[in-house]
Structures are given as structure tokens and as C-alpha cells.
Write a protein that binds this ligand. Structure first.
Ligand code: ZN
Ligand code: ZN
Length: 406
């Protein structure tokens, strides 16, 4: 048996004044059929009443306790952009920013500079004391920063003043340990070096000539220490892959050892193409036992407060599911359909509202739920579960769960 966990990012919502949600109103014949043929319930990816980030939610869905494995966004971002991180590394996400000579931020994204590969070379490979600096731009003004060396800690503040017109913050240790003190000192030194190297760099001289904001500073945030994490295959015995559009989710997948499949598409369409992803899922299932899928779009629409768009994205996802369910066998694949968190239109951010979830496949106890939405699946046989329950339930159905006791 094989398994798919299919995550519609930001799927859930709260009722509008007419009692509707994008999912409830969207035409989703395939989701509804899956609800009818499967076992349904509600799910909180992290915990009841907890507003999850996409990262912590996906860790939980993969069967990892986010409270012990999640140390911050940095490690997963760095992993997602292709840095081979090691346990103990300290990782950040970074912006290239524009600052004046007093380190006052004049543009947080350095005019959304597009090519920073020359600037990356100035910082990547530096050594400060006994610490190695790994620096990788991840498309334009974004980058990942990793510190590797003995005696480092992630118990430090970050540099992001969050507003233009404010000074890049000095890094401070958050506890009395010598590790935190050392790490803060290294990052402070790095920021000074970065300014010296980047401010006079030819790329920035050229931007000055063109009256464009210079990328003369890096602003690290989202610090975390790369955790010791048991690899997915070791934990489950399953060969796993991930199909996702965002670097953060790809980073989580890589961190646990899933192969990240970059989707070119059946007909050469780009990564964002829904149907290309659907084709890729079917193809990937031929070579893997397990796939984690993340589909973007609904979450962004939720953050923008765009009800109609969220509804349209969900309808597109239904078309994906049509292609997938027609090309896989219920006798061979268990399919979990849910989200990672709700992103209600009224909140324009993630909320703790539980998500509808359906588990579709052979030998599940089919319940009498006939519609897949926030108001229908609670009557289902899965009841109310957490994200970390999904993998054990799948493992049991697949005949892979170890017996607890005699
Ligand atoms: Zn999300
Ligand atoms: Zn979001």
C-alpha cells in the first residue's frame, strides 16, 4: 500500500454573514465524493486552539512533534534553498536591505533587487573566528544564512527592525550561556563585514548610478538551530517524496529526508500549474510509497481577504483531485485530504479553526458524511484528531504499525 497526504494550504475558513465559506460554496464534486467514500473528521494540525504556521503544521502532518523539532524558520528555509545543513548549525532567513551609513534601513527589500548572486559570493565561505559562514541567495532580495562551528546557540535576538527608518538591530544573547554570547558576537561582526563588502560592491555602484536602492546590508531573522531529526524513511520504512511550491515546505521535506520533486509539468507548464502537479503526483506514486503534497493558492487568497479567489482555487484543486483519483487505485493508495491550517477571509491570517479531513482508501470505516467542508465532516468517524495522528493512522492501515505490548 502507498499513501498521499494532500494539503491544501490555508484551506479552512469561518462562515461569512450568510453562513458560507469558500470551501462550502465551491463546487467540489470530487472532494464530496471522497468524503462520501471515505472516513471524515476534523483536524487541528498542531493542537486545539493553536494557530499554526505552515512549517509547524507540515512537520506535524509528517508525524513529527513540532514542539521538539521546530526551532525556528531559518533551518527549514536554508534547507529549502539547497544548503546542506547539519545538526547544530545556526540558520537564519535574510533580506538584502538598503541602509545608510548609520545602518538605518531605507529599503527593507533593497528595491526588490532581482539578481544577488554576485553579492552572495562576497559572504559565502567567509570565516569569522572559528565559525564558517554559509550564505545563499534564494531569488532576489531573499537569502539564507548558516553559521557552522563549535559552541553556537540560537538563543539570540534578530536584526530585523521590521520598519524602514529604523536601525538594523544589534544582536543580543537571550541567555547567559557563552554559546549565545559567542553567536551574537559573530553575527554582529558579520553584519559589519557585510556592509563593508556590499556597500562598495560594483553591483551596488551600478545601482547607485541608476538611482536604484542598493543591497548593502543583510538583515537576518527567524533564527533556529538545526535539529537532530530522525529521517522519514528510518521512522516509517516508507520511501517518501514531496511535491510543493514553496521553499519552506520543500525545506521541511528535505530536512526529514523526503525527495523533493520539482514539477516541470506533463506539457511543460510551470510549477504553479495545478494540473501539472496532479500529473506529477500520479507519476511520482509509481516510484515512491508516500507523497506529501502542498498546494498553494488558497492561503494567499485568505491572506488577501479574497473570498472569490479562494473559492476558485479550491475548485481548481477539485479538478486536480479528479485527475488523481481517476488514475490511482483505492486498493493501492490511501489518500488524506485536508489543509495545514485555516486562513479565514475575515482574519486575513492563520487561525486555529479546525480543518475538515477525509481519509480515502481500502478498508476505512466509511461514515455517512457526504460533503467535504467545515460544517459536514465533524460528523465523521475520525472525529477530532491532531496532525500528528495522521501518520500513525496511515501506518496502521498500511499494516506497518508496530504492536504496542504483547
Ligand atoms: Zn500554510
Ligand atoms: Zn499563510
Amino acid at each position: 500500500m502507498k499513501a498521499v497526504i494532500f494539503v491544501v494550504d490555508g484551506l479552512g475558513d469561518r462562515p461569512d454573514k450568510n453562513g458560507n465559506t469558500p470551501l462550502k460554496e465551491a463546487k467540489t464534486p470530487v472532494m464530496d465524493r471522497m468524503a462520501k467514500e471515505g472516513i471524515c473528521g476534523l483536524m487541528n494540525s498542531v493542537d486545539i486552539g493553536v494557530r499554526p504556521g505552515s512549517d509547524t503544521a507540515h512537520l506535524a502532518l509528517l508525524g513529527y512533534d513540532p514542539y521538539t523539532t521546530y526551532t525556528g524558520r531559518g533551518p527549514f528555509e536554508a534547507c529549502g534553498v539547497g544548503v546542506t545543513v547539519k545538526p547544530g548549525d545556526i540558520a537564519f532567513r535574510c533580506n538584502f536591505s538598503s541602509v545608510d551609513e548609520n545602518f538605518i534601513v531605507t529599503d527593507r527589500r533593497a528595491g526588490r533587487i532581482e539578481n544577488t548572486s554576485e553579492l552572495e559570493k562576497e559572504l559565502d565561505g567567509l570565516k569569522i573566528d572559528d565559525v564558517e559562514i554559509i550564505f545563499k541567495e534564494s531569488g532576489g532580495y531573499r537569502a539564507a544564512l548558516v553559521l557552522r562551528g563549535p559552541g553556537l546557540s540560537d538563543k539570540i535576538t534578530d536584526a530585523d527592525p521590521k520598519k524602514e527608518g529604523k536601525k538594523v538591530k544589534e544582536i543580543h544573547p537571550l541567555d547567559d550561556s557563552k554559546e549565545a554570547k559567542k553567536t551574537a558576537e559573530i553575527v554582529n561582526k558579520l553584519l559589519k563585514i557585510a556592509y563593508e563588502k556590499l556597500d562598495k560592491h560594483p553591483v551596488n555602484e551600478e545601482r547607485r548610478k541608476q538611482n536604484l536602492p542598493v543591497a548593502n546590508m543583510i538583515v537576518p531573522r527567524g533564527v533556529g538551530q538545526v535539529p537532530e531529526i530522525m529521517q522519514f524513511t528510518e521512522k516509517t520504512g516508507l520511501e517518501g517524496a514531496c511535491i510543493a511550491g514553496t521553499g519552506l515546505i520543500k525545506g521541511i521535506a528535505k530536512m526529514v529526508g523526503l525527495d523533493v520533486i520539482d514539477v516541470e509539468g506533463c506539457d511543460g507548464t510551470p510549477d504553479s500549474d495545478f494540473m501539472a502537479k496532479a500529473c506529477a503526483i500520479v507519476e511520482t506514486l509509481e516510484n515512491y510509497d508516500f507523497i506529501l503534497v502542498n498546494v498553494k493558492g488558497a492561503d494567499e487568497a485568505g491572506h488577501d481577504g479574497n473570498y472569490e479567489l479562494k473559492k476558485q482555487v479550491i475548485e481548481k484543486v477539485d479538478e486536480m483531485l479528479d485527475h488523481i483519483t481517476k488514475n490511482i487505485s483505492k486498493d493501492e493508495v490511501y489518500f488524506v485530504l485536508s489543509g495545514d491550517h485555516s486562513t479565514p477571509i475575515e482574519e486575513m491570517d492563520h487561525s486555529a479553526d479546525p480543518l475538515p479531513v477525509v481519509l480515502w482508501g481500502k478498508s476505512v470505516r466509511v461514515d455517512d458524511v457526504e460533503k467535504f467542508d467545515e460544517f459536514s465532516t465533524y460528523k465523521g468517524g475520525l472525529n477530532w484528531i491532531k496532525g500528528v495522528h495522521i501518520m500513525p493512522i496511515l501506518m496502521d492501515l498500511m499494516g506497518l504499525a508496530k504492536k504496542y505490548g504483547a
